[in-house]
Ligand binder design. Sequence first.
Ligand code: NZQ
Ligand code: ZN
Length: 383
Amino acid sequence: MENFDFYNPVKILFGKGKIAELGKHIPKDAKILMTYGGGSIKKNGVYDQVMDALKDYNIIEFGGIEPNPHFETLMKAVEIVRNEDIDFLLPVGGGSVVDGTKFIAGAAYFEGDEWDILAKRAPISKAVDFGAVLTLAATGSEMNSGGVITKAVTKEKLAFGNPLLFPKFSVLDPETTYSLPMRQITNGIVDAYVHVMEQYLTYDVNSPVQDRFAEGLLLTLIEEGPKALAAETIDYENRANLMWAATMALNGLIGMGVKSDWATHMIGHELTAFHGIDHAVTLAIVLPGLLTQLKEQRGEKLLQYAERVWNITEGTDEERKVLAIQKTEEFFQSVGVATRLGDHNVGKDTIDTITKRFEGRGYVGMLPDVGVKDVAEILEARL
Ligand code: NZQ
Ligand code: ZN
């Protein structure tokens, strides 16, 4: 196992009715900017619950943070934070609202061009405190210190992160997810699954704790995911297990001491940037291609995954690896995701554009086994 520093200070407030406890976790004299997305929280009662819990507080609202949040929109909130002396932020929504608010928190005190926080990974030295109310189980943003922001004008989707950007707390009430459309429940299952794969399906470093945690999360998603889609009535326990699985998939724990990749995410972000394809869907398109490309290099882990997650024990090494990749893609399809570029009207011209972008950047993920030259091959196999 490799050396690591594990730090995760996020207090998780999990379960039914937990929004009512918000007041226990925010300083009484805080001036709050509550941020949200396109309005789902006003239809499903979450907004009312938050306002009820915070009726004695001084709150300003900022709505309209879009999925794959835009730098341009977020900068309007940064101005409000600066002009109104806001000292606490409260995102209420999915990963986009939480990510967007992390950016607002870091940009508010930043001197210089705020886009550099993303484009140049410019460090921030101070951030506004924030806590989150999560309404969509998928990204893990509620318990990590990273985010992904899009500059609409240049179609760039870039990641950023800083230990100052951990939420102080996150409220995870599975009942808030009851109003999600099926498409977003599916997205959550697939995104969490691929978060685990990015950290698990790489190279063996003798990390049985991380491996068994990762396999447990994958098996949970495989068991609970289809139940959520098939259920005629919503099952609280099912939603609770999905929500916790998604949080655990990207709160840092399973990534400690192992070789993480993130190439699938980096390629996927480009598909969202150029075509607006939902984040999770891009991952379901890219991952089977990436694993096929790396069948030899990552063979040992692929065989472990085949056996422990999919019970594949018969056949040659090659046959078991191929079947495990096929099972993975079939799982994504079984929850309703179309896994080919062609399904989303993406053709060869986009592959060329994306390849050029990676050529300019000079790297793809965090491991040397996916080089810039591999991007086109991976995507061409997914046409
Ligand atoms: O905007 P509203 O009206 O709230 O509607 C949202 C949005 O349209 C809706 N929604 C959310 N909760 C709902 C609901 N609708 C009904 N009932 C509810 N309870 O769902 C739509 C999608 O929301 P969004 O926040 O965009 O989804 P998600 O949580 O999947 O977030 C995706 C973003 O997170 C980034 C992605 O790149 C993407 O920008 N990621 C962030 C990560 C992180 N911070 O660690 C890691 C991930 O890999 C990912 O990259
Ligand atoms: Zn993701």
